[in-house]
Design a protein around this ligand. Structure first.
Ligand SMILES: Nc1ncnc2c1ncn2[C@@H]1O[C@H](COP(=O)(O)OP(=O)(O)O)[C@@H](O)[C@H]1O
Ligand SMILES: [Mg+2]
Length: 298
């Protein structure tokens, strides 16, 4: 497989395509100018001549352009889509594995420490030992909660068990509790409404990444999340009243490694034939809208 990929990339090297197209146009036009004026049916007069010349040139270029540029480009786009799909799948697999390790390994150990500390606290003979055990108990319990929270973030069990609307509600509640930001959720999906796993996970990750961005960058006081169904698509809107950012830089996001989160959100949406729109301006908050066409549970 790496072989075919390599050949394809060489074939659509932009310089090579550029050269081919120039050569093709040169040869085709040369041929037309040489051969056709000798044919008696060739139209006379500047308008007729130009029209016939342009029509013939287009006809002669079309198959060449198709094979030299369009077909390889289409293949490159298809390969890119397949690769992205596999990257997202691998990312989800990795997150699941990490979540399991965190929950099962670290979680188990912390639970064992918790039980041991509780016994120590009860059996402690001196007041100071009991006090220390209590402090450690509290710390371990917080760590255990944090481990569980991280595991849930990596692998949202609620999504698989209860569906998108419940998982989104839980994510919003947790965000509000953790970051002390006022969050309003406008949920218009029925609790029992299910979609294909790919769509559900995509919507969930879009929201998760948007909320993480708000926590990390926005310094917002208020966040509004809305999830609804419009004309065969799911629409997710996340709006914050934080400090915003210069959105025009995103136009050149392809070269800017600092926008990896937003770019991967966009790739995720486009992979499912949806779209992502980010509107922001310094001092004016940020508006993120993801629209994903609905694929029913298959
Ligand atoms: N809600 C937001 N409020 C303010 N700035 C934001 C918000 N979302 C994104 N940004 C800005 O856009 C940049 C790119 O975001 P992202 O691609 O998610 O990368 P990262 O979060 O890793 O920095 C961030 O570094 C930040 O400057
Ligand atoms: Mg981010």
């Amino acid at each position: 497989m790496p072989h075919t990929q390599l050949n394809r990339r060489q074939l659509v090297s932009p310089l090579r395509v550029f050269g081919f197209v120039l050569l093709l146009a040169f040869l085709a036009e040369g041929l037309i100018m040489l051969v056709l004026p000798r044919i008696s049916l060739w139209p006379r007069g500047s308008v007729g001549e130009s029209a016939a010349d342009a029509a013939l040139l287009s006809l002669m270029l079309a198959p060449g352009l198709w094979f030299v540029a369009v077909r390889p480009l289409r293949n490159v786009f298809r390969d890119r889509g397949e690769l992205l799909e596999r990257v997202f799948e691998a990312q989800e697999d990795e997150r699941r594995r990490l979540a399991r390790d965190l929950h099962d390994e670290l979680g188990q150990h912390l639970t064992a420490i918790l039980v041991g500390l509780r016994a120590m606290e009860q059996a402690a003979e001196s007041e100071s030992t009991r006090g220390r055990a209590t402090v450690l108990l509290r710390l371990t319990s917080t760590s255990l909660n944090e481990v569980r929270r991280l595991a849930r973030g990596l692998r949202p069990g609620a999504l698989e068990d209860f569906g998108l609307s419940e998982a989104v509600e839980r994510l919003c509640e947790e965000f509000q509790a953790t970051h002390h930001v006022s969050l309003t959720l406008n949920m218009k999906l029925r609790p029992d409404r299910r979609f294909s796993p790919a769509t559900e996970i995509a919507v969930y990750r879009l929201l998760q990444e948007s909320l993480t961005n708000i926590a990390r960058h926005a310094e917002a006081a208020r966040v509004q999340v809305s999830l609804s169904e419009i004309e065969g698509a799911i629409r997710l809107v996340v709006r914050d009243d934080g400090k915003g950012f210069d959105n025009s830089r995103l136009a050149d996001a392809g070269r800017n490694p600092a926008t990896f989160g937003l770019r991967s959100m966009q790739e995720r949406a486009e992979l499912l034939r949806g779209s992502l729109r980010v509107v922001s301006e310094p001092g004016k908050g940020t508006f993120v809208e993801g629209v994903l066409p609905i694929t029913e549970v298959g």
